[in-house]
Design a binder for this molecule. Structure first.
Ligand code: DGL
Length: 299
């Protein structure tokens, strides 16, 4: 990666964070917590969510649109805070965008490797992420002896997005215990989805949440897996990789400048995005704009 000697103004440019909807805000929250001087420009493609049931080509084209849009909005680095978008589009985004791009799969793989003792890891992700084999490759690059059990969860993203869109009443409980979605119906659906993983991977001691929406279902997932299995996600590892890159490139923001977070969504319902987004981000989303699919399609 190229080392640059950037000016202070350049360094205060925002970090671009992209997801298919709201899930990437779990990563944005970790960034805002760990790097409190950094500004974030978040783009959620809510209108076309979920990505995980689409084709790889389609998702790749969405990643490029988002990446070009964010690049034109003066970001200094882009985080693809969506495993599905990372699996489909990280490589091409790195090849064509004018800024460095990092995804969430390599960090998620690192979190899994650091956790497992049995060297048997489950990957719970969208169907497209599982199908690409990106997690298996990333984990085996770090330790070729680890067995990886992919488990597609086709319904989880929609459960999260729908519950968040309608469930303002859940927020109080989220703040109390994090298990916002532990309704009987959700627990049943989660347990049913995990059956193949539990049957295939008897000695799995670590399950990586290979979708940035899934930390919001951590309660039901933990309940279904039982106490012997650790559940890890990529948010913290992604943030430490980001911090490392910015430090080495001498691109950390000034400590005396207040960060300015901006949010953009393709959703037609800004109020809904604001309510659900503030809840996940852990602070009010003060500046939200609508981006039409026509506009993104021009990139
Ligand atoms: N948060 C995205 C991910 O990490 C959700 C994908 C989707 O939209 O299906 O995979």
């Amino acid at each position: 990666m190229e080392f640059v000697n950037a000016s202070a103004a350049d360094n205060n440019r925002p970090i671009g964070v992209f997801d298919s909807g709201l899930g990437g805000l779990t990563v944005a929250r970790a960034i805002a917590t760990t790097l409190p001087h950094e500004s974030i420009y978040y783009l959620g493609d809510t209108k076309r969510c979920p990505y995980g049931v689409r084709t790889e080509d389609e998702v790749r084209s969405f990643v490029l649109q988002a990446g070009r849009w964010l690049s034109e909005h003066n970001i200094k680095i882009m985080i693809i805070a969506c495993n599905t978008a990372t699996a489909a589009g990280l490589k091409v985004a790195q090849q064509v965008l004018p800024v460095p791009v990092i995804g969430v799969i390599a960090p998620g793989a690192r979190a899994a490797i650091n956790s497992t003792r049995t060297r048997k890891v489950g990957v719970l992700a969208t169907p497209l992420t599982v199908r690409t084999g990106a997690y298996t490759r990333a984990i085996k690059t770090l330790d070729a002896g680890v067995s990886v059990y992919g488990c597609p969860a086709p319904s989880f993203v929609e459960i999260v997005e729908n519950e968040l869109a309608t469930g303002a009443h859940l927020q109080e409980r989220w703040l109390q215990n994090g298990d916002v979605f532990d309704t009987p119906e959700t627990c049943e659906e989660v347990a049913r989805t995990l059956v193949p993983l539990m049957e295939a991977g008897a000695e799995v001691d670590t399950v990586v949440l290979g979708c940035t929406h899934f930390p919001l279902l951590a309660g039901p997932i933990r309940k279904a897996l039982g106490p012997g299995v650790r559940v890890v996600s990529s948010a913290e590892e992604t943030t430490s990789e980001l911090a490392d890159i910015l430090r080495r490139r001498e691109q950390l923001a000034d400590e005396d400048v207040a960060p300015q977070h901006r949010f953009a969504t393709t959703s037609d319902n800004i109020a809904e995005f604001a309510a659900a987004g503030s809840f996940i981000f852990g602070q009010p989303l003060k500046s939200i704009e609508h981006v039409s699919l026509d506009e993104l399609g021009r990139y």
